[in-house]
Design a binder for this molecule. Structure first.
Ligand code: 5GP
Length: 209
């Protein structure tokens, strides 16, 4: 059976980021964002505008590339089958990060969707290792806090797990919780007008389905 698709517009992404930025500012005050590419790039950039406070510089955005999904050649559409192994395609740029930039800081990890949670688990584990290594080098005991922001969390059993203290302390924010649907983001569309029509059609049907 074909997976149900949820079409999301740029406007909706913008407003989800805007609404979430209020909480992120109140609860976390990030010093650095790490966007998981490619889906985390656009939300991170939008968030940056809403996280900017007068008199302070923009929050820097670093990008990491992680790949889990193998593209399937399918006549039905863009759905992809989950892989189980995460591969790094890009990592932190230490030439532009000072040794101290990660230590004792609040780091906001941004992605578009939390599906099986495998990618987020990998990102937090690997970034924590980098932070530990940097702290050891500097002889620092300052705590670095990670916080996660995603546009959508799929309400389903997860394969990956996030640190207990992160969940207990509410350092995980999904702008919207959805069922086990396939989220179609506007930056993946090859025909944005058709994409927006599908998104509008879905929201005007009775009961919003
Ligand atoms: P996870 O590791 O949580 O299973 O998957 C994370 C990655 O899988 C996302 O960053 C995204 O690239 C891809 N993915 C999972 N579900 C969806 C979806 O519903 N829509 C899109 N566009 N990508 C998805």
């Amino acid at each position: 059976m074909a997976v149900e698709r949820k079409y999301i517009t740029y406007n909706q992404v913008h407003k989800l980021c805007q609404a979430s930025a209020v909480r992120i500012l109140e609860e976390f005050k990030p010093n650095l964002m790490i966007a998981i590419g490619g889906g985390g790039y656009v939300p991170a950039r939008i968030l940056r505008s809403f996280l900017k406070t007068p008199g302070s510089p923009n929050i820097p955005i670093q990008a990491i590339g992680l790949s889990l999904y193998e593209k399937l050649v399918s006549e039905d559409g863009p759905e992809e089958e989950p892989g189980t192994k995460v591969t790094r395609t890009q990592w932190l740029d230490f030439s532009s990060l000072k040794n101290t930039d990660l230590i004792g800081k609040n780091i906001l990890i941004v992605d578009e969707v939390d599906d099986t949670r495998t990618t987020l688990q990998y990102a937090v584990q690997e970034l924590s290792k980098d932070v530990e290594a940097q702290a050891k080098k500097l002889g620092s005991t300052e705590k670095t806090n990670f916080y996660i922001f995603v546009l959508h969390n799929k309400d389903k059993p997860k394969r990956g797990a996030l640190p207990k203290d992160m969940m207990d302390e509410g350092r995980y924010l999904a702008a919207e919780t959805v069922g086990n649907v396939w989220c179609c983001y506007p930056w993946e569309a090859t025909d944005i007008d058709a994409h927006d029509k599908l998104a509008a059609g879905a929201s005007t049907k009775p009961n919003g389905h």
